[in-house]
Design a protein around this ligand. Structure first.
Ligand code: 3PG
Length: 214
């Protein structure tokens, strides 16, 4: 397999207007899931570290879809960062940020998307050199208006909102200069994954990858 140089967090986000957020309970279906997403044009997705199958699933997905940038989400501790890297994740995601987590990220030079919901949290993340930030929980806080308000004070930050975002919300987010990607679990509904409905998942992935900034 040819060596592919790792991308920065910003370059990873710029690959995809929608980043599916996946909860995988059965690692045996993970490779097929990754291929169904890639077939639909989705090249960036996050597998949350919330089930016992996450690590085996990530391994299987990286093997089945080496062209994709697959991240591990819900990283909370420095040990989680090591776990994600060892599992083959190309990037990490967290609902928030601690100094310990930021130091682990810096030590490993690991592309990382920490969560923020206030201007103070943006400032803390920037102090650690982190300028690609997840705005979470986007729909549960102030939505696209918050991201728009941040553009003037933090012109160097790119936000990826997640939490409660559905397809009709996406054009508003992508119309903002500081938002090029939104995250969401709607691309892979649990019932379709359970039924191994790969064609339907590919159709949703096509819908997701078809969104464009105006
Ligand atoms: C998460 O981390 O689980 C996400 O923010 C998903 O949000 P959603 O299920 O509302 O898309």
């Amino acid at each position: 397999m040819p060596h592919i140089a790792p991308r920065s967090m910003r370059d990873i986000l710029l690959r995809s207007p929608v980043m599916p957020i996946l909860t995988v309970h059965d690692a045996h279906t993970a490779g097929d899931l990754a291929q169904a997403l890639v077939k639909g044009g989705v090249m960036v997705f996050e597998v949350v570290k919330r089930t016992p199958a996450t690590i085996a699933a990530l391994h299987a997905m990286c093997e089945a879809a080496p062209e994709a940038d697959i991240g591990m989400g819900t990283l909370m501790t420095p040990e989680d960062v090591t776990t994600a890297i060892q599992a083959g994740a190309k990037f990490g995601v967290s609902p928030g940020l601690t100094a310990e987590l930021a130091q682990a990220i810096q030590a490993h030079q690991f592309p990382f998307l920490p969560g923020v919901a206030t201007a103070s949290e943006v400032m803390q993340a920037r102090a650690f050199g982190l300028k690609e930030l997840k705005y979470f929980p986007a729909q549960g806080v102030a939505g696209a208006a918050w991201i728009k308000d941040m553009a003037g004070v933090f012109p160097d930050v790119l936000f990826c909102p997640t939490g409660g975002i559905r397809p009709p919300d996406i054009p508003t987010y992508l119309s903002l200069s500081n938002c090029r990607t939104v995250g969401g679990s709607w691309v892979v509904p649990p019932e379709l994954l359970k039924d191994r409905a790969w064609h339907e998942i590919t159709a949703l992935a096509q819908q997701a990858s078809g969104f464009r900034a105006p």
